[in-house]
Design a protein around this ligand. Structure first.
Ligand code: A2P
Length: 340
């Protein structure tokens, strides 16, 4: 790599932002200067990058001067407001929020699935990073779709609290401590206790009875796979797990795909690791997925209730492949093929 880049991380103190900084370091992204940005609540804080403490700066309209790549993960309203400002200042924005994902002229990219769409960043200077649950699902769907054309997907998610942000991680830990020591349980982030509970509710409820998270999975899957004919229906569920989202996925394909053929395709697919040996109790779990970048797929078996159906189980680290790693992978392609 011939040169290094000035990179801003917006939301650098958050659950995903911290992971973005860590991913830049781990993957040896060529950073000439790192600019961690957050709200004025973070004044005085710093982030550690390559052994150095870098002070967090307050996000302002002027903060993007000279920035070439801006990774955003500070929520949708910040992305809506500051994304275009960063792009106007000359940065390419890779945005982890849902603010830009469904804009027709903004690419929505998972590098293992549709890296070619990155070229469309030139339209608005913005590339959208998909929803965490969508990313890990399409990484697994892509090789099966190419081989047998997926007609329909039925997915139920089991999503970790870190997807909500750092405050939710702290809330689950505090509730567990409180319950085990007979203290009063405090709930602020979720409308119900999350410790030792399961909430069929992620993001806001919409008029159609689905949550926004569920509709993200429906719409983003079609856009990333570039195929509006794929029917998707989703139920998104929050579980008391800190890191790692799991998904039960059922697909119906046009052509017959045996579990053996699916296992073979998935074992060769980029970014996928097949963990599927029930005889030895080997299957994907959040505990194994957390802290690494592969999408784990297992429990691959035929759906005997239809002619061409498969069931499988998909697990990935929601903060890494579901967010930070995917963002940094996009930035890597950007500098390799476009910015130089
Ligand atoms: P801060 O820590 O200063 O509030 P999480 O998803 O873990 O909740 O993190 C959200 C991230 O977005 C944090 O880094 C947070 O910074 C940042 N953020 C939230 N609101 C703003 C804002 N108004 N301006 C800049 N950064 C913000």
């Amino acid at each position: 790599m011939s040169r290094a880049y000035k990179v801003a991380v917006v939301g650098a103190t958050g659950a995903v932002g911290r992971q973005m900084v860590a991913c830049l370091e781990e993957r040896q992204f060529p950073v000439a200067e790192l600019k961690p940005l957050a709200s004025d609540r973070s004044l005085g804080k710093s982030v550690t990058f390559k052994g150095r403490e870098i002070p967090v700066e307050v996000l302002t309209k002027e903060a993007f001067a000279g920035v070439e790549i801006a990774l955003f993960s500070a929520g949708g309203s910040i992305s809506k407001e500051y994304g275009p400002i960063a792009a106007q200042a000359g940065a390419v924005v890779v945005d982890n929020s849902s603010a830009w994902r469904m804009e027709p002229d903004v690419p929505l990219v998972v590098p293992e699935v549709n890296p070619q769409d990155i070229a469309l960043y030139k339209n608005r200077g913005i590339i959208a990073n998909p929803n965490c649950s969508t990313i890990q699902m399409v990484v697994a769907l892509k090789p099966l779709h190419d081989a047998a054309r997926i007609k329909r997907v039925v997915v139920s998610t089991y999503q970790a609290v870190s997807g909500t942000g750092q405050k939710a991680v702290e809330e689950l830990a505090a509730q567990v401590r409180a319950l085990l020591s007979s203290q009063e349980v405090v709930k602020k982030v979720y409308p119900h206790r999350i410790a030792f509970n399961v909430l069929p509710h992620i993001d806001v409820f919409l008029d159609n009875g689905y949550t926004k998270e569920e509709m993200k999975m429906v719409l983003e899957t079609k856009k990333i796979l570039g195929d509006d004919s794929i029917e998707v229906t989703a139920t998104a569920v929050r579980v008391p797990v800190f890191y790692g989202h799991a998904e039960s996925v059922n697909i119906e394909t046009e052509r017959k795909l045996t579990p053996e053929a699916a296992r073979e395709l998935l074992s060769k697919a980029p970014g996928v690791k097949v963990v599927d040996n029930p005889a030895k109790f080997e299957y994907p779990m959040p505990l194994d997925a957390a802290g690494q970048d592969l999408t784990l797929v297992g429990r691959i078996r035929e759906d005997f209730s239809i002619a061409h159906g498969l069931n499988f189980w998909v697990v990935a680290d929601n903060l890494r492949k579901g967010a930070a790693t995917n963002t940094v992978q996009i930035a890597e392609i950007l500098i390799k093929d476009y910015l130089r």
